[in-house]
Design a protein around this ligand. Structure first.
Ligand code: PMP
Length: 408
């Protein structure tokens, strides 16, 4: 026996032997702060109703804003592509994983966005990580909205550029930071969500773009929650503010209104060509699966040809916000101009408690807590396919939940 040769005092304690022991301690801390999360399985097609733990709940927790993730036409397109091209792309795009289908989807995205070109990624997260790290490096400056999505923040970290956060949607602060710091760096990149994912408000894009031009800075906008929803043709916030053709780079996801999986970057032909040669999260990863690619293409076709879907979503947003204002005027909603409507709460414990109460009343709406957001909240997301009766059920359930708990 090895230990018989080592004196007892030199035998390490069990915790010292186990280099993974800190993980349990860390989990315990997360639980103590009420920050602990675990996924819940949804056992039905995506839609306005979902089955969770054998109960059918009204779904106000998805990003499937137009209801396309469960649309028959989109599903059929994914199945046909799988049958024709198989389940996986089998390689990275620059080796064996490129298909005409990818090119067709990229053309469809560029056409929707009014850009020269587009590039699809395996996810929106990877699109942000890789694009930011390709555009800027150690000699450069990033100015980032304080409430940007994690993928933008981590892209900034990965790039190694000096990153300064400016106040949320605070154009004066952004201007000041540019005046103070821009001249000390080679390149500068401003990064911002256009629709803020956990608040639902909009970036003041015309002002941000003007500042980027004035200070010779690049601008990368994250249209994840805007594409398919904003703008006359559903192109997003860039179109909403009539800024198509302006010098900026757009990214987004295929996983929200587009109902599939994957991400994209859209911009000038040379920016896209550059990414194909320098963006590690595109070069060194397997191409998007045929099913995801074809589903996204079918969804973009529906978005482009069915403006009624968008109109229906906006009618639902207006109807819901008006009924909350009339029936629950004291409820503290975070200011929102999108289908994302958040009820702000004092702490994570209250958020978990109220999400549980809503669940008991048949409503699925997740509690969003730090570190995802600075303050806890219930996040509701509305869909074009919600019926008026379902929105009324939501308002009634919120009324019952919040009246009893007195947090409004
Ligand atoms: N940007 C924003 C603003 C998002 O909300 C998300 C997804 N939650 C992403 C990027 C990442 O997109 P994906 O889910 O395709 O990785």
């Amino acid at each position: 026996m090895l230990f018989s040769y080592i004196s007892r005092s030199r035998v390490p304690k069990l915790n010292q032997l186990n280099p993974y022991a800190w993980i349990d301690r860390s989990l315990a801390t997360i639980k103590q702060a009420n920050w602990y999360r675990s996924p819940q399985a949804i056992a039905s097609l995506p839609g306005t109703e979902v089955t969770i733990a054998d109960r059918v709940l009204l779904n106000f927790g998805s990003n499937d804003y137009l209801g396309l993730a469960g649309d028959e036409r989109v599903i059929r397109a994914a199945m046909a592509a799988t049958q024709q091209f198989g389940t996986g792309a089998t390689g990275s795009r620059l080796t064996s994983g490129h298909k005409q289908l990818h090119q067709d989807l990229e053309s469809a995205i560029a056409s929707l966005k009014g850009t020269e070109a587009a590039l699809v990624f395996s996810s929106g997260y990877l699109a942000n990580l890789g694009t930011i790290a390709a555009l800027v490096g150690k000699k450069d400056l990033i100015l980032s909205d304080r409430l940007n999505h994690s993928s933008l923040k981590n892209g900034a970290l990965l790039s190694g550029a000096k990153t300064i956060e400016y106040g949320h949607c605070d154009v004066d602060d952004l201007r000041q930071q540019l005046q103070l710091h821009r001249a000390n760096y080679r390149r500068c990149l401003i990064i911002t969500d256009t629709v803020f994912s956990m608040d639902g408000d909009l970036c003041p894009l015309p002002d941000v773009l003007e500042l980027s031009i004035a200070h010779h800075a690049m601008l990368l906008v994250d249209e994840a929650h805007a594409t398919g929803i904003f703008g006359k043709t559903g192109a997003g916030i860039v179109e909403h503010y009539d800024l198509v053709g302006q010098p900026l780079i757009e990214m987004g996801t295929l996983s929200k209104a587009i109902g599939s999986l994957g991400g994209y970057v859209a911009g000038s032909a040379s920016a896209i060509d550059f990414l194909k040669n320098r963006c590690a999260s595109w070069i060194y990863t397997t191409g998007l699966s045929p099913a995801d690619t074809a589903a996204a293409m079918a969804a973009i076709e529906i978005i482009s040809t069915t403006p009624q879907l968008r109109q229906q979503l906006w009618q639902n947003i207006t109807y819901f916000k008006q009924s909350i204002a009339q029936r629950l005027p004291d409820l503290h909603l975070i200011p929102s101009e999108s289908p994302i409507v958040c009820i702000e709460l004092p702490d994570p414990q209250t958020a978990i408690h109220l999400a549980g109460k809503l669940n008991q009343l048949g409503i699925f709406a997740p509690a969003i807590r730090p570190p995802t957001v600075p303050t806890s909240r219930i996040r509701l997301s509305l869909m074009a396919t919600h019926q008026q009766l379902q929105l009324e059920q939501l308002t009634t359930a919120i009324g019952l939940t919040f009246a009893k708990t007195k947090v409004s």
